[in-house]
Write a protein that binds this ligand. Structure first.
Ligand code: NAP
Length: 287
């Protein structure tokens, strides 16, 4: 589709944002749909956030994604925040209405999507490694899936206490307990789903893993190991889990599905998820 005077703008704001894969998958979907939109990455420093979104309103940007470090800072700048985003405490998708910008969190839907293909999770136990931003979407997603227990492991007792307290008023935080990493030998044998939300094992330190083979030996044979990291594929964690005979999921599908959910909100029509997945897979294979 040619960029003309009628082309509408979508995008992602963050700092840094040049590494974002969102332009690749969104523009592939927009091209397939023949939609008159362009999706661009906008570097926005923390100090410039309010000015940036006021500017977006002034120039008619239709919607945008938000990544680090703005996912929480943007909340007070929005006219409305969905209940889900309020529960998570972070917004990753914003769209324009007559009343102003409305924000939601599609990371939860993205996280859940590949788990829905599995048998029911009701009554099961999830073990979440890390207590940062992505862990918040994971906790909300596990609550939606009906897990009876969500055990979050963190390395910083103060941050862990703040994390636990932030869920106390939320119905989504019901099954949550928090633990130090030293509790793993007790927690691993109980886990039906283990989610790595730490950056341990990302491409710049691909030889690292949050769980060693000896840890995975403690996990039930039916457990699913879900690493939110999508480069490398597989991570060392998922490689070790596969060797141990466990089912695995990586973070690519979450990335695709959170993007598809956002694009559906902006375009108000079904979007070509397979095209988005293929665009990302091709891009990562060529990188
Ligand atoms: P974040 O907010 O910085 O949180 C990272 C968490 O990991 C924090 O709890 C941090 O602990 C913990 N951590 C970091 N290094 C650690 C270490 N060496 N040992 C123990 N704990 C460690 O980051 P995020 O936004 O949640 O992202 C985390 C990961 O998820 C990244 O790899 C990101 O790429 C991935 N992610 C994937 C998707 C997707 O769509 N697939 C979406 C979002 C995020 P402290 O709190 O103590 O610092």
């Amino acid at each position: 589709m040619a960029i003309t005077g009628t082309t509408q703008l979508l995008g992602v704001i963050g700092d840094p944002v040049t590494h974002s894969l969102s332009p690749v998958m969104h523009n592939a979907a927009l091209a397939e749909l023949g939609a008159d939109y362009l999706y661009v990455a906008f570097p926005v420093a923390a100090a410039g956030l309010a000015a940036a979104i006021a500017g977006f309103a002034a120039i008619g940007v239709q919607g945008f994604n938000i990544t680090i470090p703005h996912k929480q800072a943007i909340l007070p700048l929005l006219a409305e925040v969905t209940a889900e985003a309020q529960a998570v405490g972070a917004v990753n998708t914003v769209w324009r209405t007559a009343a102003g910008w409305v924000g939601t969190n599609t990371d939860v839907a993205g996280f859940i999507a590949p788990l829905k293909a599995k048998p029911t999770w009701t009554g099961r136990t999830a073990l979440v490694l890390g207590n940062g931003g992505a862990a918040r979407a994971v906790v909300a997603g596990c609550a939606q899936l009906g897990f009876a227990a969500v055990q979050v492991v963190g390395r910083n007792p103060n941050k862990l206490a703040t994390f636990a307290a932030s869920w106390r008023a939320s119905p989504l935080g019901g099954p949550l307990t928090t633990h130090g990493w030293d509790a793993l030998p007790t927690l691993l044998p109980m886990a039906d789903l283990i989610v790595n939300t730490t950056p341990i094992g990302m491409h710049h330190a691909a030889e690292q893993t949050p769980l060693a083979a000896a840890d995975l030996a403690l996990v039930p044979a039916t457990a699913v190991i879900y690493d939110l990291i999508y480069t490398p594929r597989p991570t060392k964690l998922l490689d070790l889990a596969t060797r141990r005979g466990l089912a695995t999921l990586d973070g690519l599908e979450m990335l695709v599905q959170q993007g598809a959910a956002a694009l559906e909100i902006w375009l108000q029509q079904p979007v070509p998820v397979a095209t988005m997945r293929q665009a990302l897979t091709d891009w990562l294979a060529s990188a």
